[in-house]
Write a protein that binds this ligand. Structure first.
Ligand SMILES: Nc1ncnc2c1ncn2[C@@H]1O[C@H](COP(=O)(O)OP(=O)(O)OP(=O)(O)O)[C@@H](O)[C@H]1O
Length: 268
């Protein structure tokens, strides 16, 4: 998918930032991430020293049992939550000094996120839900409309433009959420249990769509406890008790679950 820049948007990156952000850098790099959640009278160490690097065009699944720290890690990677320790670089830019506003700008430009429960704005139509991030990122209304129309058509949602999320099935809502996440042509798509609230048909559909966008060069980091979801990825990272316990790269030779070729090749 070709990335486009919005016109007339504010908050440009500094020259030093741009210089840092070379094509040779991994798209995403994290070093020694640590996060403890403070509950009432308790503290839960959810992420305990995670190092991670994701190259452009990779499809990485982060998997592990309930409570392993998957969602916490994904939230850190998307700047939705802050690590207690460690650093994150996105497109070569170090983010640990970023303000909330700066993270929001980075997400608008470079990171699309889909969640288990879609998080669509229930009062807005499908069209408006998808166009909103493009308008916020500074695209002209005509550009936002065009991008929205292309994505909705691509995702089989033509004719649903004027519906509100409540009038759609779960699978349709997740496709709208995917369109919204991709409308700004993000370098990175983060997906947090995107099939988690769908039936098996809906899960297969999301998987098929993620594979399709990955086939067009989209970098994806997916969090799921569901082995079917993980099977669509190039690389499966196992998380247990806040630590990475395995990092397996799929080669593209033999049969692969979900109808895509590949065999497991356990790497370091
Ligand atoms: N806001 C919070 N406050 C306190 N504890 C939290 C909070 N969020 C997560 N936790 C705890 O941190 C640990 C990791 O949670 P997290 O949601 O990251 O795991 P997960 O692997 O995504 O689990 P699941 O597959 O069940 O969604 C769990 O023990 C969880 O109870």
């Amino acid at each position: 998918m070709k990335r486009q820049s919005p016109s007339g948007s504010g908050g440009t990156d500094s020259a030093a930032d741009r210089k840092q952000a070379t094509e040779t850098e991994p798209l995403l790099r994290a070093e020694n991430l640590v996060k403890t959640h403070q509950g009432v009278g308790t503290a839960v160490k959810a992420v305990r020293g995670v190092d991670l690097s994701v190259g452009r065009g990779e499809f990485v699944a982060i998997t592990g049992p309930s409570g392993a720290g998957k969602s916490t890690l994904l939230h850190l990677l998307g700047g939705l939550d802050r690590p207690d320790e460690g650093r994150i670089w996105i497109e070569g830019r170090r983010t640990d000094t970023y303000s909330e506003a700066r993270w929001a700008l980075l997400r608008r430009r470079s990171i699309g996120i889909v969640f288990q429960f879609f998080n669509l704005v229930s009062q807005l139509t499908v069209a408006d839900n998808v166009e909103l991030p493009a308008l916020l990122a500074g695209y002209r209304p005509s550009q936002a409309r065009k991008a929205r129309a292309e994505l909705l058509s691509d995702l089989g949602l033509e004719g649903k433009e004027n519906s509100t999320p409540g009038e759609l099935s779960g699978g349709e809502q997740q496709r709208v959420a995917l369109a919204r996440a991709l409308v700004n042509h993000p370098a990175l798509l983060l997906a947090d249990e995107p099939g988690g609230s769908l039936d098996s048909k809906g899960t297969r559909e999301v998987l098929r769509l993620l594979s399709r966008f990955h086939g067009r060069g989209q970098t994806i980091v997916l969090v799921s406890h569901d082995a079917r979801m993980a099977s669509a990825a190039d690389r499966v990272i196992s998380l247990f008790d806040g630590r990475i316990t395995d990092d397996a790269t799929l080669s593209r030779e033999g049969p692969r679950p979900g109808g895509v070729s590949g065999t497991l090749d356990i790497g370091g």
